[in-house]
Design a protein around this ligand. Sequence first.
Ligand SMILES: Nc1ncnc2c1ncn2[C@@H]1O[C@H](COP(=O)(O)OP(=O)(O)O)[C@@H](O)[C@H]1O
Ligand SMILES: [Mg+2]
Length: 389
Amino acid sequence: MKRLRIGVIYGGRSGEHEVSLASAGAIFANLDRDRYDPVPIKIERDGHWILPDQPPSSESAADTIAQGRAAPRSPQQSSQEIHPIATPGTETMLVLEPGIATTDGPQSHVPVLLSTLTLDMVFPIVHGPYGEDGTLQGLFELANIPYVGAGVLASAVGMDKALMKVVFSEKGLPIVNHETVERPEWQKPSSDVLSRVMDNLKFPLFVKPANQGSSLGISRVTNATSLSAAIDYAARYDRKIIVEEGVTPCREIECAIIGNDIPEASVPGEIITSRDFYDYEAKYLDNRSEVAIPAALSSTELKNITKLAIKAFQSVDCAGMARVDFLVNSDNGQVFVNEINTHPGFTTISMFAKMWNASGVGYSALLDRLIALAFQRHTEKQKIVSTTT
Ligand SMILES: Nc1ncnc2c1ncn2[C@@H]1O[C@H](COP(=O)(O)OP(=O)(O)O)[C@@H](O)[C@H]1O
Ligand SMILES: [Mg+2]
């Protein structure tokens, strides 16, 4: 049987670049080589695409983050730079050269065809903006290449914490009280953002950039004096900021989903954060956060969480996979959907993989299922009619 050529796209321009290297490292280490021929495609921090000779070797986010900090711009050894454009019909992304210098005239700005990269499928695992937010997915749609995971719309809505809440609320999912703030509104001399927030929300507050991940740009604010600095800080990471009422005391429950039209939920897990909240340090670095899988939940709570997780997945029209995260008030049991992640951390020790493992689906089987789901969704899309008669 012909092996499937799968372009695994990783890295990317977001602050989660290093986390993506670890996720991709795990995918390369576990894809069955009898069935798949994976091709590493890396997006550098500055957005350049390269074809490295070797896939990322580490499957540990702590290690890839440490390496990134030690050598933030280390060039990839012997790799070919590529400039992808997408053309349907050939299941090919064209690789272009930016232009050729000629001796008798100015440099041409017309890209020229260098080679083609023919793939049966793409497996993107690029966390955060310019990867998890629909931008990459748009390229695959244009090229008509099958790809793993959420489509353009679900990726974009799942990335934007403000829009996500609009959709969740419309679909009747429980969400925390919040206010959305646009940066220009905040930066106006006569801004009334502070009074709007304090009139409508109770401390503690969580101030977040709407489009980020891995807790980048997020602050927990307990009093009015620190609110302004927290909004300024979040505004460095996005032009849209969201201020939320904090759930306190808070349990963090997560549930993994796979599927297209009939999504399935894993057993939920719980994060017991080592710090005030589950920030970047607690997620990847201090090694003191704990997880409990399955989470200690009554059967009613378990049913409710899995039902809400599936509903959250469907509400944004998600496909393939996602991790849905909940905030649960441990005093009164109130449950809130916090967010959906369409490219969740994907190492073998990430919550997504561990929750599926506890549900009887091992990591390699998970990869097989995601690849099958991507083909299924692609085949379905080919049936869509675009003629007028
Ligand atoms: N409303 C909230 N109440 C309590 N804790 C929160 C709230 N919002 C966020 N947090 C804490 O901040 C962490 C990161 O926030 P989250 O919205 O999940 O952003 P990210 O997409 O960066 O993971 C959560 O895992 C949780 O620890
Ligand atoms: Mg989160």
